[in-house]
Each structure stands twice: as structure tokens, then as C-alpha cells.
Design a binder for this molecule. Structure first.
Ligand code: IPT
Length: 270
């Protein structure tokens, strides 16, 4: 069997670790994986990647590209009879998908900071064109509201560590009082740590930071990063198994498969 994997920019840590996990799980089961990476976001680039995989006669497709529900359904239709599994979509998508619970991840971060006494919490989101970035952002706001709180500041990055650095510099320049920041991924948190360090602000004594992903490098940041773990190895195993059942079984229920996330407490929160 050959699995086609259409994937977003592999220079980002999370997609590269997801691709590695899928490849290694597929290899254990003697399946082939062909990868097509898209550089630009959006439906057109995604369709082009899918078509190139279909022309290589894949038996099924895993799509790890952020897609709105309508767009994912169009991709599914474009695949004709070839089964497709989506990994970066909303839980509302009425087509097969496996995602990590975005609301649980957002809740865990807010709860941890609030339980440590933080009230002035800044938010650094991913690019709002990406559905997972929006769901994490909404989850943070809902959970803050649950505690009668509002974000001290809202900043938007693009998932890269450089954007995390630049946006955190803006936060520091604005002099908005805050004692903690929730960051939508570990790479932007790395940039945030650099900005705090250059400003002479001690983490975690003066500023707490929580990332999101728990990519492999995060335990080696200075200080080691407290973060929300999305277990990409588990996702790799689950998605290969699910795609095989989509290929071999006619009825696949339930459509939505939600994987748990967990708080990994290291040394950036106090
Ligand atoms: C998501 C990561 O959490 C984020 O760090 C970034 O790499 C993004 O992917 C790239 O699209 S994980 C995704 C399966 C929601």
C-alpha cells in the first residue's frame, strides 16, 4: 500500500515531526509514504499537492494542511474514491479527521496560570488564517472569561520563532502590565524567551511562559519550556491505522477522532 501525505511547510517543527511519525509507523507496517509539501497556505496549493499524489497512484491520503471545512470537503471531492484523512481541521468537519483537542489544550494553559495566581495574561496566537490557531485563541478567551478575566494583550505571530520574538518585543514596548503569556506554539515561545532575556526580564520569576506542541527541542530551551503536549508519535500511529481502515472498510465511524493533550510542567511557569 502507498500512503500519500500532503503536508504544510516542513521547516516548521510540528509538521516535520508529524511527517516523521507517519513515515516511521508506515514503515513498520511495510507501507510506502510519498510526501508532497505545500509552501503557500490555501486551497489551490493544497489541490495541486493532492493531484500530484493522486498521479502517483496512492491508495489513500493524509492531509496535514490547515483547511476550512468547505475547503476540506472540496479536497475530499477532488480525490474521487480515494480515501482522505485530515489532520489540521476543525472538529466540526463532516469528513474523517484526527485532531488534538484544541479546547482542552487552551483550558490547561489558562488553568495552570490562574492556579498560580496570574491575572494579567497576554496571548500570542498563530496566524489566524489557520484553523488550529483560531481554535486555540478562542479556547483561551473562553477559559479566561470563565474566570472573569480578559487577555491583557493579544498578539499575532506566524508560528515562526522570529515572529514570536518580534511580537514579544511589541508587547514589551507597549508596557502592558502582564505577568504571563500563553503562546500558540513552542517555536514562537522560543522567540518570546529571547525577547524577555534581552529585556532583562527573568523567566519564570517575572514572566511565566507556556508554549504549545512539546516539540522535541522544547525541553532544551533556556529555561526548559512548560508547554501543552501534542503527542505526534501517537498521531502518527493513529493516522496510519485510521487511513488503513478507510481503505479497507466501507463504513468508518466516528468521523471525528479527538486525541488528548497534556500539560508538561517544566521551568517557565511560576
Ligand atoms: C500545528 C502546530 O501546533 C503549530 O506549531 C504549527 O507548526 C502548525 O501546526 C503548522 O500548521 S499542529 C497541527 C496538526 C494543528
Amino acid at each position: 500500500q502507498t500512503i500519500g501525505l500532503a503536508i504544510t511547510n516542513l521547516s516548521l517543527h510540528a509538521p516535520s515531526q508529524i511527517a516523521a511519525a507517519i513515515k516511521s509507523r508506515a514503515g513498520e507496517q511495510q507501507f510506502n509514504v510519498v510526501i508532497s509539501m505545500v509552501e503557500k497556505p490555501g486551497l489551490e496549493a493544497c489541490k495541486a499537492a493532492i493531484n500530484s499524489l493522486l498521479s502517483q497512484r496512492v491508495d489513500g491520503l493524509i492531509v496535514n494542511i490547515p483547511l476550512e471545512d468547505e475547503d476540506a470537503l472540496m479536497v475530499q471531492a477532488a480525490c474521487g474514491g480515494v480515501p482522505v484523512l485530515f489532520l489540521d481541521v476543525s472538529p466540526t468537519l463532516p469528513a474523517p479527521h484526527i485532531i488534538f483537542d484544541p479546547f482542552a489544550g487552551a483550558r490547561l494553559g489558562v488553568d495552570h496560570l490562574v492556579s498560580q495566581g496570574h491575572r494579567d495574561i497576554a496571548l500570542l496566537t498563530g496566524p489566524l488564517a489557520s484553523v488550529s490557531a483560531r481554535l486555540r485563541f478562542e479556547g483561551w478567551q473562553q477559559q479566561l472569561a470563565h474566570y472573569q478575566l480578559r487577555a491583557a494583550a493579544v498578539l499575532h505571530g506566524d508560528w515562526s520563532s522570529l515572529s514570536g520574538y518580534e511580537q514579544t518585543l511589541r508587547l514589551l514596548q507597549s508596557k502592558t502590565p502582564s505577568t504571563a503569556i500563553l503562546v500558540a506554539n513552542d517555536q514562537m515561545a522560543l522567540g518570546a524567551l529571547r525577547a524577555f532575556s534581552e529585556a532583562g526580564l527573568r523567566v519564570p520569576e517575572e514572566m511565566s511562559v507556556i508554549g504549545y506542541d512539546d516539540t522535541e527541542d522544547s525541553a532544551c530551551f533556556i529555561p526548559p519550556l512548560t508547554t501543552i503536549k501534542q503527542d505526534f508519535k501517537v498521531l502518527g500511529r493513529a493516522s496510519v491505522a485510521r487511513l488503513m481502515s478507510l481503505i479497507h472498510v466501507e463504513h468508518d465511524d466516528p468521523v471525528s477522532q479527538i486525541l488528548p493533550v497534556a500539560l508538561v510542567e517544566r521551568r517557565t511557569t511560576l
